[in-house]
Design a protein around this ligand. Structure first.
Ligand SMILES: Nc1ncnc2c1ncn2[C@@H]1O[C@H](COP(=O)(O)OP(=O)(O)OP(=O)(O)O)[C@@H](O)[C@H]1O
Ligand SMILES: O=P(O)(O)OC[C@H]1O[C@H](OP(=O)(O)OP(=O)(O)O)[C@H](O)[C@@H]1O
Length: 211
């Protein structure tokens, strides 16, 4: 039997992903040890797990380096890889929003040419150009997005909000909602055919667990 390989995101989603997989019997004792190792194997069940940077998970799955991946919906929308999204895992819940100082709301609503800072240029472009029909200038950043309006790099940001604390502590507010987000399970297109039985059984077991 070949290994069924999982690309898991290190970071925020890692622990909850392993807790869920354990509930359906997909365990990996090795992974519980504190180490810098990136690949873990369960020989008995022929399972392989590797830890990747969250934004790279769709790439590993698209190329078939992993059969299955777990990733935030935001990364799926941004990366636009050719994958099957098979399951909403119900954790990692947050929202993609347009945020900024309250004073900027008027400019935003009046369709003025505003600057938008974001880690998610594809999501922002799709939202403003295709959904709102509004021309904006996009500025790509890699983190601490809330800083941009504070130092006049941009009028607004497109970013993730979970508790709202980061916005609040920086004097920013949600101006528009783009979409809700959560962790998703994705599957490589070929893997779904060659490992159909194991993968559909896993999906069914996870669905039962999530209900
Ligand atoms: N407060 C939050 N901030 C950011 N992401 C969150 C939050 N809550 C849930 N998530 C979800 O968790 C996913 C993984 O977040 P994580 O911070 O681990 O990775 P990342 O932001 O892509 O990577 P990095 O922080 O290393 O650039 C996000 O893509 C998102 O779907
Ligand atoms: O609504 P909250 O609960 O405050 O969470 C939202 C914040 O968390 C994320 O940043 P992250 O911690 O990933 O760091 P980053 O700014 O470096 O991307 C996100 O980009 C927001 O800044």
């Amino acid at each position: 039997m070949r290994y069924l390989t999982f690309a898991l995101p290190k970071g925020r989603l890692a622990d909850k992903t392993m807790v869920l997989l354990e509930k359906v019997g997909f365990t990996c004792e090795e992974m519980k040890e504190d180490s810098r190792k990136l690949i873990f194997v369960n020989e008995d069940l022929k399972l392989k797990f590797f830890l990747a940077k969250a934004t790279d998970v769709p790439t590993y799955v698209e190329y078939g380096a992993a059969d299955i991946g777990v990733i935030g919906k935001d990364t799926l929308l941004e990366e636009r890889k050719n994958l099957y999204e098979v399951l909403d895992l119900g954790f990692g819940k947050c929202r993609m929003v347009v945020a900024g100082p309250k004073a900027v709301e008027k400019k935003l609503k009046q369709n003025e040419l505003i600057r938008v800072a974001t880690k998610y240029p594809n999501i922002a472009k799709d939202y403003f150009n295709n959904q709102k029909n509004q021309t904006v200038e996009l500025i790509k950043l890699n983190g601490s997005i809330e800083l941009a309006p504070l130092v006049d790099l941009s009028e607004v940001i497109v970013d993730i909000v979970e508790t709202g604390t980061t916005l609040k502590e920086n004097g920013l507010v949600v101006l528009e909602e783009i979409c809700p987000l959560s962790a998703r399970m994705v599957v490589n297109r070929v893997s779904l055919k060659i490992e159909h039985q194991r993968i559909t059984k896993l999906i069914q077991d996870l669905k039962k667990e999530l209900n």
